[in-house]
Design a protein around this ligand. Structure first.
Ligand code: 4AD
Ligand code: MG
Length: 460
């Protein structure tokens, strides 16, 4: 390895936390200037090399013959620094670097859009190619990375097999008609694949076929929805985690959701301490307590029918929803979901057994013939973050449902899974970006994705 990449801030911080950081050692680091002030006799540079969330303070003084050269190093530029690492137990930062040499690697022009002041999230969205350097976004993308790792870790440690389901598909897995079409030649849209092609809205149907061979599986990848709803929680491209478990009913599914969520939230709290403290201080006061209480709580399970009764009662008692017309059979709006989780349960709640008319075709019909074995997990401030269900394993019932909806064509294989050694099975989909919003307290899905895609916006 070239000497230049040998040492990182991460290595220094980790050895500090291990109690092994050597005082007065000579170090060489490359990174960026996060702030720079100079009072004429001493200069301070907040320095970050990207490997760790916290900055390192560089200090130089008048005794250094290059004091005047160093004092011209600009905010935003990339530098190499050589110096002596000094432990500073009496100060806020655990150590600092007393500078011998600074070499400018890349200067930063005066018109740098990311100035050292508080920018609005809207403005930062507009400079999405620079915002990973802004503190908030640096923290978000680090948590995003750790969360993705925790998800794989949870499943891999429990024997779930990771399946890479296709992105181009011929099926609308949710049957909601919100697909983006994939067209190579507009005059002959179906010529390329000899079939109409679209971007996947969910990997579920494909991953079900793997569950019938490997028992416990999951897919974790990008999904696409052409919903023209301009909300803070909908993106046209988002990532979804979709486990599928064989020989499992809706209760098993909810047990898995609950155990999985608690594990990954705890993993982030344990492994992103600095980032989570940052969110707790600057984005969502109390978010750490909120997450700890989620880990400690038992998720409530409530029938859809009961939720409707409670919403009706709320309206009778004068609660004003934008939509006050509550009736059994309706699809709940976000405001209704939030009322249930925030005002009634005051924590995460599974709503179960929804009317069959408002849920996807593949869900298991309950013995009442009116509801399906579905569960949505609702959380405060956010509403739905997980949608799951037991799948219809009965060939005849599923076929009848698909006939009714007219979506059999191209999905014969999916139906056949019920014919060739099918079994009861269940699964769910967790919106990765929505979960990240929940964990960080960020309010807009555009601010937790690296380069968000939403209706009317495709910059970068
Ligand atoms: O409830 P949904 O539509 O369920 C499915 O797609 C099933 N196939 C899942 C399964 O059982 N395997 O979507 C699942 C989750 C939602 O709860 C939400 O968190 C997220 O995906 N989601 C979105 N996230 C961001 N932007 C959008 N437009 C989203 N639509 C759904
Ligand atoms: Mg849903």
């Amino acid at each position: 390895m070239s000497q230049i990449r040998d040492l990182t801030a991460r290595k220094l911080f980790l050895s500090f936390y291990d109690g092994k950081l050597e005082n007065n050692q000579k170090v060489t680091l490359e990174g960026w200037v996060k702030s720079h002030r100079n009072n004429g006799s001493v200069g301070f540079i907040e320095f970050n090399d990207g490997s760790y969330f916290k900055n390192i303070q560089l200090v130089y003084d008048k005794e250094n013959p290059n004091f005047d050269v160093f004092s011209k190093v600009k905010y935003g530029s990339s530098i190499q620094v050589k110096g002596k690492l000094v432990l500073t137990p009496e100060m806020k930062q655990p150590f600092e670097i007393h500078v011998d040499e600074i070499s400018l690697l890349g200067d930063c022009a005066e018109d740098y859009p990311l100035q050292k002041k508080k920018h609005s999230f809207e403005f930062l969205r507009d400079i999405a190619y620079l915002r990973p350097r802004a503190n908030t976004f640096n923290a978000i993308y680090r948590v995003r990375n750790t969360l993705a790792y925790a998800i794989h870790k949870y499943f891999q440690e429990r024997g779930f097999m990771y399946v890479q389901t296709p992105i181009i598909t011929a099926n609308d897995a949710e049957g909601a008609g919100q697909v983006f079409h994939v067209v190579n030649d507009f005059k002959h849209p179906e010529a390329f694949f000899n079939a109409p092609a679209c971007l996947t809205v969910s990997g579920q149907l494909h991953v079900e076929s793997f569950a019938m061979a490997f028992r416990d599986v999951y897919t974790f990848g990008p999904t696409f929805r052409a919903e023209n709803s301009n909300t803070n929680r909908h993106a046209s491209e988002f990532w979804m985690i979709e486990p599928e478990i064989a020989f499992a009913d809706l209760d098993d599914d909810m047990d898995l959701i609950e155990s999985f969520l608690k594990y990954i939230i705890k993993y982030v709290l344990d492994n992103c301490k600095d980032e989570m403290q940052f969110f707790n201080n600057f984005i969502d006061k109390g978010v750490i307590d909120k997450l700890n209480s989620v880990i400690a709580s038992k998720f409530v399970r409530m029938e859809y029918t009961e939720a409707i009764e409670l919403l009706k009662k709320a309206v009778e008692n004068g609660h004003k929803f934008d939509n006050n017309n509550i009736f059994w059979g309706m699809d709940l709006n976000s405001e209704h979901e939030r009322y249930i989780t925030e005002e009634i349960v005051k924590g995460p709640v599974f709503l179960i057994n929804y009317p069959k008319e408002i849920k996807a075709f593949y869900m298991k019909l309950n013995p009442d013939n009116k509801t399906v074995a579905a569960c949505d997990l609702l959380v405060p401030k956010e509403g739905e973050i997980v949608g799951g269900s037991q799948r219809e394993e009965d060939y005849a019932k599923l076929q009848a449902k698909m006939k009714e909806l007219g979506n059999e064509k191209g999905l014969e294989w999916y139906l056949n899974l019920r014919k060739y050694g099918g079994c009861i099975h269940s699964g769910f989909g967790l919106g990765f970006d929505r979960l990240l919003m929940y964990i960080t307290g960020m309010q807009n899905i555009r601010d937790v994705q690296p380069f968000p895609r939403t209706p009317g916006s495709l910059k970068y």
